[in-house]
Design a protein around this ligand. Structure first.
Ligand SMILES: NC(=O)c1ccc[n+]([C@@H]2O[C@H](COP(=O)([O-])OP(=O)(O)OC[C@H]3O[C@@H](n4cnc5c(N)ncnc54)[C@H](O)[C@@H]3O)[C@@H](O)[C@H]2O)c1
Ligand SMILES: [Zn+2]
Ligand SMILES: [Zn+2]
Length: 393
């Protein structure tokens, strides 16, 4: 089959690889019909290379049609239309029972001390072959796959794999009070959907980015925006818009590659030049994250407010302003989305033909699998109006 493979920093190629087969009774094979590229894939493309091996199949946002199931898989059958969560969870361990599927004790990656294995996401998360491919082996298929109805286009459901549950969890964790105000930093797909979900749930939303078409997309969905290029200081601008106090909550939908962090950017570039083993040690021992978005969240949120971190961070000793965080009495929540925890909340919204979250107005590009190298580059460089890239194998 054809699959998108990681080959090196900023180098992905579509190659012919062996078709996946059932390896465990709990596996299923799906024929992929749509599969998206995520901001998390960009971290693999740019800074997490030391954890990748040339030839790794990328992708963790797939959906498709069930081709084959293992003997222990009874919840889905051949021909079913399913969306696959990005985290691989068993559904029956202590963590899964407590709705913490991203910490599943059956699939945790002990070698790296990390949580649940993820599709297509480096050695840190189990080096499982991903879903930007014609076919995908789905581990733990007795629990993971989300059946969806036939009829509507793929994009109505595709974002249940990651973007929607991630954004939903980000809004939950932001603990926005009734009639409260939330600032959303970053208007990539995750920030777009966090903004729409918070607004749908009654909050006033002010979103921040500096990419014109992303700001425009947010405004089209009724979101107030701040173009970073227009203000000297984002925190001050947010206080000006909120009676001087600041928003009740802030969501970081940016992560480790934020712009405006020149020192950490240099550290990231430097680790990219080191041999993998040395680079991994450096990433594990020193602060290599670009923290500007997180620092803005901490600065902007009102005293006693909550910062909800969706953006992925990877440094082990990032310097944070502990005095400011303690003095302001800031609550912090973060983590990978527990995808299946939020599906019951989201399903009524994505099956509603009125499309209340506008899921059919998120993808900027729909492309054949073979165009993946261009799609990664355009998405990373934000060229050609790239906001969300959907590949159709
Ligand atoms: N927690 C989870 O389970 C989970 C799931 C999916 C994605 N993520 C993470 O969420 C983050 C966003 O993903 P995405 O797909 O939307 O990526 P993206 O790269 O398309 O979006 C990031 C956006 O942030 C903007 N930005 C950069 N620096 C900024 C700053 N200082 N202030 C405000 N905006 C800034 C960029 O212009 C861009 O529009 C990534 O870190 C990704 O890894 C986390
Ligand atoms: Zn993703
Ligand atoms: Zn589990």
């Amino acid at each position: 089959m054809r699959a998108v493979t990681w080959q090196g920093k900023r180098d992905v190629r579509v190659e012919t690889v062996p078709d996946p087969t059932i390896e465990h009774p709990t596996d299923a094979i799906i024929k992929v019909t749509s599969t998206a590229i995520c901001g998390s894939d960009l971290h693999l493309y740019e800074v997490l290379g030391p954890y990748m091996t040339a030839g790794d199949v990328l992708g963790h946002e797939p959906m498709g049609i069930v081709e084959e199931v293992g003997s222990a898989v009874t919840n889905i059958g051949v021909g079913d239309r399913v969306v696959i969560p990005f985290n691989i969870a068993c559904g029956s361990c202590w963590m899964c029972d407590h709705d913490l599927m991203s910490q599943c004790e059956t699939t945790q990656v002990h070698e790296h001390g990390t949580g649940a294995a993820l599709l297509g996401f480096s050695k840190l998360y189990g080096q499982v072959a991903g879903g930007q491919a014609e076919y995908l082996r789905v581990p733990q298929a007795q629990f993971g796959p989300i059946p969806v109805p036939d009829g509507p286009v793929d994009e109505r459901f595709l974002f249940l794999s990651d973007v929607l549950p991630t954004a939903w969890q980000g809004v939950e964790y932001a603990a926005i009070p009734d009639d409260g105000i939330v600032a959303v930093f970053g208007l990539g797909p995750i920030g777009q959907m966090s903004s729409r979900i918070a607004r749908h749930r009654g909050a006033r939303v002010i979103a921040i980015d500096n990419v014109p078409e992303r700001l425009e997309l947010a405004r089209r969905h009724g979101i107030e925006t701040i173009d970073e290029r227009d203000v000297e200081h984002v925190g001050e601008a947010l206080r000006d818009l909120t009676g001087g106090r600041g928003p009740d909550s802030a969501i970081d939908a940016v992560g480790m590659e934020a712009h405006g962090s020149p020192v950490a950017a240099a550290a990231q570039a430097a680790t990219g030049l080191l041999p993998d083993g040395v680079a991994r040690k450096m990433m594990e021992k020193v602060g290599v994250d670009r923290l500007s978005a997180l620092l803005s969240c901490i600065d902007a949120v009102r005293r006693g407010g909550t910062v909800s971190i969706l953006g992925v961070y990877g440094g082990m000793t990032d310097p944070l302003p502990m005095m400011q965080m303690f003095d302001k009495q800031v609550s912090l929540r973060m983590g990978q989305a527990n995808v299946k925890r939020w599906i019951d909340d989201l399903m009524p919204l994505v099956t509603d033909d009125a499309d209340p979250l506008g899921v059919e107005d998120l993808a900027s590009h729909r492309l054949p699998l073979d165009d993946a190298p261009w799609a990664y580059e355009a998405f990373q460089k934000k060229k050609d109006g790239a906001i969300k890239m959907v590949l159709q194998p």
